[in-house]
Ligand binder design. Structure first.
Ligand SMILES: NC(=O)c1ccc[n+]([C@@H]2O[C@H](COP(=O)([O-])OP(=O)(O)OC[C@H]3O[C@@H](n4cnc5c(N)ncnc54)[C@H](OP(=O)(O)O)[C@@H]3O)[C@@H](O)[C@H]2O)c1
Length: 205
């Protein structure tokens, strides 16, 4: 709670729109220090963020890297979760789709981080044959197709770049639309997760 007060002050703002709990797991030394397990820490952190929301210091509380099981742990504490920021590309593990469905069902908006594959997988994603075929069909680049696909799956996307041309390109994805058939083709790429690097958040207790 105190940290958020510092962030607001340092940013020179009156409030922050959205604050996320970064990861469902805690460091083992922290859980032993406070004698609480990771689930208790998650629930207490969300409650604290919810109090900040009630106080007006933040407008929304959210989470990041939460799998469905972590979200379920937060049910019943009366603290709304505005957003779940997760790694999301067409190459995710199957359980990610369960999390996506859970979020949609519970009105939790979703943000895709590393939507171009991030540092580990970008080259592999850009080389994918099917994505390249679809990009050629729309006269676009694979990066456009990946970002457009995620937005049509109702995700906000946050591609990382310090390159102005890439920023412009990434903003241009709102000028075209992928057909239902092409969306479906890309949805099925998830079965090709093999070879990609995943933060398997399900392993976090
Ligand atoms: N919540 C979390 O746990 C978490 C974890 C990881 C990342 N994130 C966040 O996610 C955001 C982005 O993730 P990320 O940077 O890991 O992965 P990313 O957006 O998938 O990939 C970034 C890479 O894509 C390149 N790129 C961007 N636009 C491009 C374009 N139009 N054409 C070709 N290359 C392009 C960038 O290079 P150039 O710089 O050369 O454009 C950079 O190398 C960041 O804000 C990061 O903080 C959150």
């Amino acid at each position: 709670m105190k940290n958020v007060e510092v962030y607001v002050k340092e940013l020179g703002l009156d409030y922050i729109d959205l604050v996320l709990m970064h990861f469902p797991a805690t460091f083992p030394f922290m859980t032993s220090l406070c004698n609480k397990d990771a689930m208790q820490c998650r629930r207490e952190t969300l409650k604290a963020l919810s109090e900040l929301r009630a106080s007006g210091l933040i407008r929304n509380a959210g989470v990041s890297n939460f799998a469905m099981k972590h979200l379920k742990d937060l049910e019943g504490i009366g603290a709304p979760i505005a957003n779940n920021q997760i790694q999301f590309t067409p190459f995710e593990l199957e359980h990610v789709m369960e999390t996506v469905a859970y979020c949609a069902e519970h009105n939790i908006t979703m943000t895709a981080y590393s939507p171009l594959g991030g540092i580990m997988d970008q080259d592999k994603a850009m080389a994918d044959e099917v994505l390249n075929q679809i990009a050629a069909k729309y006269d676009k680049r694979v990066s456009h197709i990946m970002l457009r696909w995620a937005t049509q799956r109702c995700f906000a996307v946050i591609p990382g770049t310090g390159n102005l041309d890439h920023m412009r390109e990434n903003l241009s994805i709102f000028g075209f639309e992928l057909s239902d058939d092409d969306m479906q083709t890309i949805n099925e790429l998830k079965y090709r997760a093999k070879g990609f690097v995943h933060t398997d958040v399900c392993k976090s207790e």
